[in-house]
Ligand binder design. Structure first.
Ligand code: PMP
Length: 380
């Protein structure tokens, strides 16, 4: 009954774990979720107020498919101000989330058998979207400290390489790629005429590093597409709002897909984001300060139990290597879940069978309790 396209698709690993955790909770076992991909903070009141006002003033209908002009202008201004990137408003497509934006890109760029290079470790949806779109994935391993390994990427480039996808700050490692490595990668993409997709959704969740967009580099205007959104910065995952910015031909192709699928992103969410985007840094600051405190706590606690990791510079995840006594990520994740701590196996992030992804988008109290439980199962 089902298409081959769909039968090739795997279920989302993170969502599957969340469902298992819920099943344990239904049996009365309190599970602390360290597998969540969203801030545990409420959406800032300023954003909620702006959306409420927008709804009252009629932002409750379809909008132009590309997005309301005031939001596309606000995004264009933001790209100039924060990233040093010049993209006119008509080369920006507002989407219902960054995930949808990525999906359009894969569908717009790939023919059957075209190759996509993913800089690993990386978010599992990058693989599955390639599968739906008929693409073939090549996985590039990271450099030391989960940095960008441009040499490894270059070795994978072939006749059919259509796109390279990177994500910094990174999910799952929290690594922030260096400006030098990004410059090398843009140079490669320009030289080999490959589209470089830069997922910058965690841009503002950053601690001791500076986010640099590859779109700001020489030659980037023809090859780099930025994917970004509001889910993480504004803690508004449920509102569904993201965007693409890049070469006109690609944005127009993605727009056609949106016209015939989602139509547009939610109108009131677009208006609230347009009003508040200039204040993004101010609004996100308290959340980032709290994330930094938790990162410091979780890194030192995990290290004391024998996990191997450096403090990551961004996002709200750590991707430690398991203590030497633990042979395999899947069995460790299962044991942790039985002890009431859910986390994500490193395997779907590019075959990291000695790593787990732990999200610290949870209260300090829960992080303490969860790490105590892990210490117990490790006998520490
Ligand atoms: N890219 C990455 C790397 C992510 O981790 C996520 C969310 N888990 C997304 C994109 C999708 O975000 P959105 O809510 O905007 O669809």
């Amino acid at each position: 009954m089902l298409s081959t396209r769909i039968t090739r698709l795997k279920e989302s690993a993170t969502l599957k774990m969340m469902e298992r955790a819920k099943a344990l909770e239904a049996r009365g076992i309190k599970v602390i979720s360290l597998d969540v991909g969203e801030p545990d903070f409420p959406t800032p009141k300023e954003v909620v107020d702006a959306a409420y006002k927008a709804m009252l003033s009629g932002y409750t209908h379809y909008t132009p498919s590309k997005g309301i002009p005031e939001l596309r202008r606000a995004i264009s201004d933001k790209l100039k101000r924060d990233n040093g990137v010049d993209v006119p408003a008509d080369q920006i497509l507002v989407t219902p989330g960054a995930k949808q934006a990525l999906f359009y890109l894969y569908m717009a760029l790939l023919n059957d058998g075209d190759e996509v290079i993913i800089a690993t470790p990386a978010w599992p949806s990058y693989w599955e979207m390639a599968t739906v779109a008929g693409g073939i994935v090549k996985e590039a391993p990271p450099a030391d400290g989960y940095g960008l390994n441009v040499e490894a990427i270059e070795r994978l480039v072939g006749e059919r390489t259509k796109m390279i996808i990177i994500n910094s700050p990174n999910n799952p490692s929290g690594a922030v790629f260096s400006k030098e490595s990004l410059e090398e990668l843009v140079e490669l993409a320009v030289r080999r005429k490959i589209i470089l997709v830069s997922d910058e959704i965690y841009e503002k969740i950053i601690y001791d590093a500076v986010h640099v967009s590859p779109a700001s580099m020489p030659g980037a205007e023809d090859v780099v597409v930025i994917v970004n959104g509001f889910s993480k910065t504004f803690a508004m995952t449920g509102w569904r709002l993201g965007y693409l910015a890049g070469p006109k031909q690609i944005i127009d192709a993605a727009t056609k897909l949106q016209q015939h699928s989602a139509t547009c992103a939610p109108a009131f969410a677009q208006k609230a984001a347009a009003d508040l985007l200039p204040q993004a840094d101010k609004l996100a600051k308290p959340m980032i300060e709290e994330f930094r405190r938790r990162r410091d706590f979780i890194v030192s606690r995990l290290r004391s139990m024998g996990f191997k990791l450096d403090p990551p510079s961004g996002a709200f995840y750590v991707f430690p290597q398991l203590p030497d006594s633990e042979p395999d990520s899947t069995s460790f994740v299962e044991r942790a879940l039985d002890a009431g701590v859910s986390m994500t196996d490193g395997k779907p992030f590019g075959g990291f069978s000695r790593n787990v992804r732990i999200s610290y988008a949870n209260s300090m109290e829960n992080l303490k309790e969860a790490t105590d439980r892990l210490a117990t199962i490790l006998g520490k």
